[in-house]
Design a protein around this ligand. Structure first.
Ligand code: FUB
Length: 309
């Protein structure tokens, strides 16, 4: 592991640090990475693992944002979003993703619902990728009672990932055990049409991430438990999806393995977490790592070489 330097806090509350390897952030535990590339900047959104010593459970109250122009010099911005921003939520700041539309930034998050048993997905909005963000709806967008006809589990409405296709149609994918998708209205804060279960994703556990490259849609996701990341490809966002295999192996000392796949300045990156810097239960004290991702000529993706190992 490479040490990083944490510099003094800046006047505006930002903190800067440099990172020369994996994990990228070592002054706090970060999990469930999502990346937005906007105006040549790489914005990394993460959950924050705060499990106390000698305990092994998810303690996650807030989401964090970091930005960089070169993947070496990083800025951590003041805490941009906490579950308390959502009046319907009572905790568990699980995986999330931010997308930009018409100069506004929409942050889709999963959290525990106060009144409806289980996890729900909500959305916050801001005029800036670093916030401040506020609840965009005042209620959850997807709740457990909307998907009970497909599965009885209460934690299937987690791990949102979002994409806007070339025609401007936005789609939200998510799920645990069962993957779902739904169209979003142009306002990005309302669903448009039915929730559709995604079929034919072998061994789907959770953590879907949707991206597009050269006319192909890619749906990557965690399989099994402990998790590896696998992916499927389709010419059509509605499927059918064709399974293409494993992208990375179990990520050092963590049962979960949650990825984002993005292009940044002519390279493609695979962003994930591992439990590498903590021997006392890495599954609850995770750290974000970044490695390069390469495509084959036919659009399939080469296995990720995890430099974190
Ligand atoms: O961090 C909490 C949960 O663990 C996420 O929602 C899953 O993807 C897994 O990483």
């Amino acid at each position: 592991l490479t040490a990083i330097t944490v510099h003094a806090e800046q006047a505006n509350g930002d903190t800067t640090f440099t990172s020369n390897g994996n994990p990228v952030i070592t002054h706090k535990y970060t999990a469930d990475p999502a990346v937005l590339v906007y105006k040549d900047k790489f914005y990394l959104y993460t959950g924050h693992d705060e499990c106390p010593p000698r305990e092994n459970r998810y303690v996650m109250k807030e989401w964090l944002v970091f930005s960089t122009e070169d993947l070496v010099h990083w800025t951590e911005h003041p805490i941009p979003l906490n579950t308390s921003a959502f009046t319907w939520a009572k905790g568990d700041a699980w995986a999330s993703q931010v997308i930009e539309r018409n100069g506004k930034f929409y942050w889709y998050v999963a959290a525990e619902h106060k009144d409806i048993h289980g996890k729900s997905i909500g959305v916050a909005v801001s005029d800036s990728p670093t916030g401040p963000f506020k609840d965009a709806r005042g209620s959850a967008l997807i709740t457990n009672n909307m998907t009970t006809q497909f599965t009885k589990i209460s934690w299937d409405d987690i791990d949102p990932t979002v994409i806007i296709d070339d025609k401007g149609q936005a789609y939200l994918f998510w799920g645990n055990t069962q993957c779902y998708y739904v169209k979003l209205k142009e306002n990005m804060i309302e669903t448009d049409g039915p929730i559709i279960p995604v079929t034919n994703l072998p061994h789907f556990t959770e953590a879907p991430w949707i991206h597009k490259y050269k006319g192909w849609y890619y749906l990557s996701y965690a399989v099994g438990f402990p998790e590896k990341i696998a992916y499927s490809m389709s010419r059509n966002i509605a499927g059918p999806w064709e399974y293409k295999g494993i992208l990375n192996e179990i990520a050092g000392n963590s049962n979960t393995n949650h990825q984002a796949i993005v292009q940044f300045k002519n390279n493609w990156y695979f962003v994930y977490h591992n439990g590498g810097i903590n021997t006392e239960g890495g599954s609850y004290r995770r750290s974000v790592c970044i490695d390069k991702l390469f495509y084959n000529k036919d659009g399939t993706i080469k296995r990720i070489q995890m430099t974190s190992e």
